[in-house]
Design a binder for this molecule. Sequence first.
Ligand SMILES: [Zn+2]
Length: 327
Amino acid sequence: MCCHTIDEESLQRGEKWPLYKEQIAGMQFFDPHVHMTSRTTDDYQAMADAGVVALIEPAFWLGQPRTGLDTFRDYYSSLIGWERFRASQFGIKHYCTIGLNSREANNEALAEQVMEILPLFVYKEGVVGVGEIGFDDQTAAEEKYYRLQLELAKEAGLPVQIHTPHRDKKKGTTRSMDIALEHGLDPRMVIVDHNNEETVKEVLDRGFWAAFTIYPFTKMGNERMVDVVKQYGPERIMVNSAADWGISDPLAVPKTAALMKERGISVEDIRLVTYQNAVTAFAQSGQIEESDFSSVKSIDQSQKFAGNTVLRGGQAPRVDKDSVFIR
Ligand SMILES: [Zn+2]
């Protein structure tokens, strides 16, 4: 057997899965940005099988315009409730960040009301930051609610997860950091997300964390991520999938790790950018203990959340032996 190498296209098409899975066997991953609410149980299973042990689900835009405040209340509640339970049923530890995303900050009447309920959620257990917040179209309303939420993060002592705009990214990224500093935030408490080759140097030079989202077929791909780590090293860099309801890949983190291994990046550097740095950054919330990752490892799918399970009629629950309490 020879000549089986991993390349970006085959990774994204899902080919050679056994090969790259073999490359990363035994490694653990932390995906610090993934919208599981939009994903399926198959995704959870595939992530667990690929070594994802924990993840962060940032609050964001659901695609459908909101009709009222209660939809935010229910959404935030599901991030700390049902979705956390659902992840646990696949052995994955689920955390979230809570915030008003930039796009919906433009609905000012609603944004005002959302700001009033945010403090009811950011202090809850397992909330590891205020996010994802920042700029989309870089409007005055976006700036207003970004600033208000930076103050909220400061008050709560929580890290901030910044969404940088896809249009006019360089300017938006610089502006996001300028404003964070203006509000007196320590750059080490701020994770700047969706970086690319144009933004990474400034983000790292100014002492912020630089997160990279691997988007299939576009923008930041796996190959480009490998080059970034080769050029800048692993310090304060982290990789995420930002998988959501659009075309995205919940396995982006383990796949990128496999490609890094293939391209000769050390196992320790891979561990830093696909696991440890994100843990370190968000553990500043005081809400993450690595030992908790194993607390969901013994799966008992006969458990219920508010009377609901992940099972459908007639399905047998998976109950790991060591989760059964034997008297
Ligand atoms: Zn997102």
